[in-house]
Ligand binder design. Structure first.
Ligand SMILES: Cc1cc2nc3c(=O)[nH]c(=O)nc-3n(C[C@H](O)[C@H](O)[C@H](O)COP(=O)(O)O)c2cc1C
Length: 177
């Protein structure tokens, strides 16, 4: 069972920074883009676009992401006990947009297989991480999900990148190591 920690007491004080400034600063941090999927009522597929995904631990294998309390999909993620991180490839911008809009038909035209706990593995993704929900933590207006990775598939596809509110691609970029 996922752990749930008590919600902290919110102080009724002036915020230290403006939301617009915070958004602008966070937008300087380039990320990949993910569609995170799970199963909802009666096995209906559920998914949304996120970029809050990150690694946590190698042993045990843990990752995290955060979900807005306002997201209609939150009930499904709380109840199902598993989810899949579908890391988008750079030819999946339209899919990314489709899963970033509230809709009852997000999976229209989307090919997928069933992974851990029958959660959708979206076809064409750069990589999949199948996860058991390991813990949930309060995170302000979001809920933080920690997943234990129980299955992996990777490809050589270049990832979709998100930076300052825009999509970018690594194809053709000189890489130095
Ligand atoms: C690039 C990008 C990153 C996003 N990252 C997050 C995120 O980390 N967490 C989140 O809750 N919503 C995030 N969103 C917004 C959700 O995709 C959007 O609110 C979606 O409609 C939620 O799905 P739902 O309405 O089915 O719950 C992001 C949107 C975009 C375009």
């Amino acid at each position: 069972m996922p752990q749930v920690m008590p919600m902290p007491v919110i102080q009724d004080a002036e915020p230290a920074v403006k939301t617009a400034d915070l958004r602008a600063a966070l937008g300087c941090f380039a990320t990949g883009v993910v569609v995170v999927t799970t199963l909802g009522d009666q096995g209906a597929p559920v998914g949304l676009t996120i970029n809050s995904f990150n690694s946590v631990s190698l042993d045990p294998a843990l990752i995290l992401w955060s979900l807005a309390h306002s997201a209609p999909s939150i009930g499904a993620f709380r109840d199902h006990g598993g989810f899949v991180i579908n890391i988008l490839a750079d030819d999946q911008i339209e899919l990314c947009k489709q899963f970033a809009r509230p809709s009852d038909n997000k999976f229209d035209g989307v090919m997928f297989d069933a992974g851990y706990k029958r959660v959708p593995l979206i076809a064409g993704a750069a990589a999949h991480l199948e996860c058991r929900t390991y813990a949930r933590y309060p995170g302000g207006d979001h809920e933080i999900y920690v997943g234990e990775v129980v299955g992996i598939s990777t490809t050589e596809k270049p990832p979709l990148v998100f930076h300052r509110g825009r999509f970018a691609m690594l194809s053709g970029t000189a890489v130095q190591s």
